[in-house]
Design a protein around this ligand. Structure first.
Ligand SMILES: [Zn+2]
Length: 267
């Protein structure tokens, strides 16, 4: 992969930024992970200069609204392009098995038949199993079950052609049993609901989320040199970067990133 495009950085209830989702670029094609909670995905992609015609691979982590509902819009818009003959090839949607029925149902209940008629013909749903490795855009992805107790969720490890390993354990705190997937990563994309300093205000732990301090201690412990924090609250968004970097740097000595929506990282 060449670049990581941060499309959204917010948690489920964020309204001052988009829900956490991202795209990675390889040879002019994009691999999209999650689509946020609505048609804001279309604006986020537009703002990042990512054309729908260049997205043929989408991975969806889980069925929560802030990750999946944007898929209805992605499917609607890409199917429209298929209908107009302005989209080449197939759209491949990767997700755990149960999620396929969820995406199909949500979409078929909310958009017309002319869009859904491409299901299983040009819009392909590809189930991924726990521990399954697939080559996508010439890169090696290994998908895994993050063992959520809330809703079945998958993340992935990406071993890039250029020998960079990236770990994305979804929107919940890292669990020890994921260590085979996360150990040795050069990049960790991790959730941080809020500052540790503001845990009493935002109550991250009762929502199965972690704080900046927790994620930074984890990355420090695992010796991961690049840490991206997102899936945050948005009440402090005006100062989020400054505050989170200040707290994080007390616990982590690698490169810490607290992106705004629209930021781009080069690998
Ligand atoms: Zn989420």
């Amino acid at each position: 992969m060449e670049k990581l495009f941060v499309l959204g950085t917010g948690n489920a209830q964020a309204i001052h930024c988009y829900n956490t989702c991202f795209a990675m670029l390889k040879n002019g094609e994009y691999f999209l992970t999650d689509a946020g909670g609505g048609n804001g995905i279309l604006l986020a992609l537009d703002n990042s200069g990512i054309p729908l015609e260049k997205i043929h691979h989408i991975f969806v982590t889980h069925a929560h609204s802030d990750h999946i509902l944007g898929m209805v819009w992605m499917i609607r818009m890409i199917a429209t392009k298929m209908n107009k003959d302005s989209y080449d090839g197939n759209l491949c949607i990767y997700c755990h098995k149960e999620l396929i029925a969820t995406i199909k149902t949500l979409t078929s209940l909310t958009v017309g038949k002319k869009f859904c008629r491409h299901f299983d013909e040009r819009i392909l749903f590809i189930p991924v199993a726990d521990g399954e490795t697939r080559s996508i855009l010439g890169e090696r992805f290994t998908f895994f079950d993050i063992c959520s107790t809330k809703e079945k969720q998958f993340g992935f490890t990406l071993e890039m052609e250029q020998k960079i390993k990236l770990a994305f354990p979804g929107d919940e705190p890292y669990r020890e049993n994921l260590s085979p997937y996360v150990q040795g990563a050069h990049w960790l994309l991790h959730e941080a609901f809020c500052l540790y300093d503001q845990r009493d205000r935002f109550k991250p732990y009762e929502k199965h989320h972690s704080t900046v301090k927790d994620a930074c201690e984890l990355a420090e412990h695992l010796g991961i040199p690049n840490l991206v924090l997102w899936h945050t609250e948005d009440k402090t968004i005006a100062d989020r970067k400054t505050l989170y970097l200040a707290e994080g740097s007390q616990y982590y000595h690698g490169r810490l990133y607290v992106p705004e929506d629209g930021e781009v990282f080069t690998f």
